[in-house]
Structure formats: structure tokens, C-alpha cells
Design a protein around this ligand. Structure first.
Ligand code: CP3
Length: 344
């Protein structure tokens, strides 16, 4: 680790005073970058993970080119499932696709649990390498049980998650078993990333906003409570993200997690009304990265004016960067957020 380590992101996660608002972007490593596209011409998505030097390079690219305050490990939420032998491919423009979706408890009863050191040594090697190379914190990550289950049951992306919900309502014992299996995997995986050097971990529950508050309380909250309670015993800060889940923020605020990350559908003006006491991260609409620069800056400024003074704020998008975005746009936005928040 370098002597000039930038810990502004970690300080904001802990709601400590910071000299400026830290920034990073979900999907900050990806197809909008020419260097990434060049690497992807030679390696498939999952092949990149198998080469720690290349995987670390892809992870470092946005830090080096955009000057963001944190790096996020390059991997996918399906990476640990693939390592357990589940047949999943990443289809460009689609997302993860499974050849044998789960139809009943029998489909996962025989799965062996993830042993990260044995099944994903290349991911842990990448984390160790990055721990040496980076001068900003490394965010490790995992998918949350509901979001992983949605891919496992639907077989791919879904609009309304009706098969996942049907399974949840119809087979509640098997659903509980699936949540327990995925929670154990997530914990094994994240603890291994933390031991290897990740200073923060973000749990992506991207699609859990499809559930009502009541269903979240019954079917999901106990699992998330268990995960964050265990993670609290480590030295890493924790972040929890979902899209379209403003109605769940009050529930999330009860969990032992450090940072709540949400999208543009929830106004930051609502945080007081919702009595949110945690650090928060978000929530610029990523579509604004395709708008004229002055519109983008007006909206980023409005966001900082509304929330920038709150202790514990991390600037981010409400969801991932689109491949069509120009790298210059993200660079200008990063500089703007740093500069404007320093002035204030
Ligand atoms: O820079 C980073 O954010 C780190 C790497 C990262 C990826 N996926 C790389 C990736 C992270 C944190 C993820 C998490 C992920 N993967 C989530 C949770 C975050 C979210 O977006 O809600 C989800 C739901 C997935 C599933 C997934 N994987 C999708 C929807 C896609 C996009 C498919 C496409 O082509 O648009 C992927 C593939 C993927 N994961 C890419 C990247 C850079 C594109 C792969 C490519 O090179 O073709």
C-alpha cells in the first residue's frame, strides 16, 4: 500500500469529516473504455478473472484514467456460482444466462458450498495484487441472495421476476434453504476478499426492489441481517445497493450496514422524511451521462447542493455506466464533483 493512500471514500463510509465528496461509479470498468474493449477482444469476460495481472489492470483503469476515489474488483455477481460448477455464461447486451434454471429444491440440494481459496484462487490473487498496487481503497463485492436467486430461477434477466416470486411463495422451505445456501456462499466469498485486502464490500441486491416492503421483511430481511451481522465482525466497511428500492430504505436503515446505495427514483430530499441515519451513496441517473455536459453538471450540482453537506455521502450513479458513455464525460464529472465539493 502506498504512503499517499487516499482514504476519503472510507472516511465518508464511516461518516467522518472529509475534505471533498468522494466519487466512484458502478460499472466503472467496462465497455465504454477503449482499453477494456481491446482486452475483451482477446479474452472472454470470465477469462479476464482467471488472469490476475489482467484483471487487476482492468480494475485499475478507471482509477488511473478518471481519478475516482475507490476501485471495485473486476468480477461478476455470478462468478462464485460459476466456480461452484453452475453453468452460466455472460451474453453481451443481455447479462448472465443459465442453461439449467432451478425448478425445485432438488436442483440445488447437491451443490457443494463455495471454498474461495480452492475454487477462486485467481480472484483472491487479484485482490492481493491490487492491495499492493492501489492508492485508493478496493471495494470487493458479491450479489445478494435474492438477486442471485432471480438469475438462478428465471435463467436470465427478467422484467417482473414472477418465477422467482412464485417459487418464494409456493415453496417457502426450499426458498429458505436457497437463501441460506446463497448467504453462506456470499459470506465465505466476501470474508475471503476482505482477508485478501478489500477494505470495503458492496452487496448488489439489484433486483430486490421488485418485492413489497412486507415480502422483504418476511423473505429477505432475516438473511440480510445475518450477512451484515457477520460482516460487522470484520474490519471492512459495508455498502448495500438495489435499483428501484426506495420503498425498502427504511428497512435497510435497520440493518447493521454502513452505507445505503440507491437510484434516482428516490429523491435525496426524502432521506430526512424516511429517517435515514446511515451514510448514503448515489444516485445520479446514468442516462444523464448521455445528456449535454451543461445539463449533466446542473444535475450533479443540484445533487451536491441537496446532499453534499451530509456527513457520510459518496457520489455515484443510481446504476451502472452504459457502454455508450464517453470516457471524457466521466472524467469531467469526477473533476466537477471533486472541485465543487472542495469549494463548498
Ligand atoms: O466496474 C465494476 O462495476 C466492477 C465489475 C462488475 C461487473 N458486474 C462487470 C461486468 C460488477 C460490480 C458487476 C455486478 C453485476 N453483474 C450486477 C450488479 C450490479 C448491477 O448492475 O445491478 C449484475 C446485476 C450483474 C449481471 C450482469 N453481468 C449484467 C446485467 C451484465 C451486463 C450485460 C451487458 O452486456 O450489458 C453483466 C456483464 C458484465 N459485468 C459486464 C461487465 C463489465 C459487461 C461484460 C462485457 O465485457 O461484455
Amino acid at each position: 500500500m502506498s504512503l499517499l493512500f487516499n482514504d476519503v471514500f472510507l472516511k465518508a463510509c464511516r461518516r467522518e469529516a472529509v475534505p471533498y465528496t468522494p466519487v466512484w461509479y458502478m460499472r466503472q470498468a467496462g465497455r465504454y473504455q477503449a482499453e477494456y474493449r481491446a482486452i475483451r477482444e482477446r479474452y472472454s469476460f470470465f477469462e479476464i478473472s482467471h488472469h490476475p495481472e489482467i484483471c487487476a489492470e482492468v480494475t485499475r483503469l478507471p482509477v488511473e484514467k478518471l481519478g475516482v476515489d475507490a476501485a471495485i474488483l473486476f468480477a461478476d455477481i455470478m462468478t462464485p456460482l460459476k466456480a461452484r460448477g453452475i453453468k452460466v455464461e455472460i451474453v453481451e447486451g443481455v447479462g448472465p444466462v443459465l442453461s439449467h434454471p432451478i425448478r425445485s429444491g432438488a436442483d440445488f440440494a447437491q451443490w457443494k458450498q463455495l471454498d474461495p481459496a480452492h475454487d477462486l484462487p485467481f480472484v483472491l490473487d487479484t485482490v492481493e495484487l491490487l492491495h499492493q498496487q492501489l492508492n485508493v481503497p478496493l471495494i470487493g463485492f458479491a450479489g445478494a441472495p435474492f438477486t442471485l436467486a432471480s438469475y438462478l430461477i428465471e435463467g436470465g434477466p427478467s422484467k417482473n421476476y414472477h418465477q422467482t416470486k412464485a417459487f418464494m411463495y409456493a415453496h417457502s422451505e426450499e426458498w429458505t434453504a436457497l437463501m441460506e445456501d446463497l448467504a453462506e456462499m456470499t459470506l465465505n466469498y466476501l470474508k475471503a476478499q476482505i482477508r485478501a485486502g478489500a477494505q470495503a464490500v458492496q452487496i448488489f441486491d439489484s433486483w430486490v426492489g421488485a418485492l413489497s416492503e412486507e415480502d422483504y421483511q418476511v423473505y429477505i430481511a432475516p438473511t440480510m441481517l445475518k450477512i451484515f451481522t457477520e460482516l460487522k465482525k470484520t474490519k471492512a466497511v459495508t455498502l448495500y445497493f438495489a435499483a428501484g428500492a426506495g420503498h425498502l430504505l427504511k428497512e435497510w436503515n435497520k440493518l447493521p450496514v454502513d452505507v445505503l446505495s440507491f437510484d434516482w427514483r428516490t429523491s435525496v430530499n426524502d432521506l430526512n422524511r424516511l429517517e435515514i441515519t446511515k451514510a448514503v451513496q448515489g444516485n445520479l441517473d446514468p442516462a444523464l451521462l448521455l445528456a449535454p455536459q451543461d445539463e449533466l453538471e446542473t444535475r450533479a450540482k443540484a445533487l451536491l447542493d441537496h446532499i453534499g453537506g451530509r456527513p457520510g455521502y459518496i457520489f455515484n450513479l443510481g446504476h451502472g455506466v452504459f457502454p455508450e458513455v464517453k470516457e471524457e464525460t466521466l472524467l469531467a464529472l469526477t473533476n466537477f464533483v471533486h472541485g465543487y465539493s472542495k469549494e463548498k
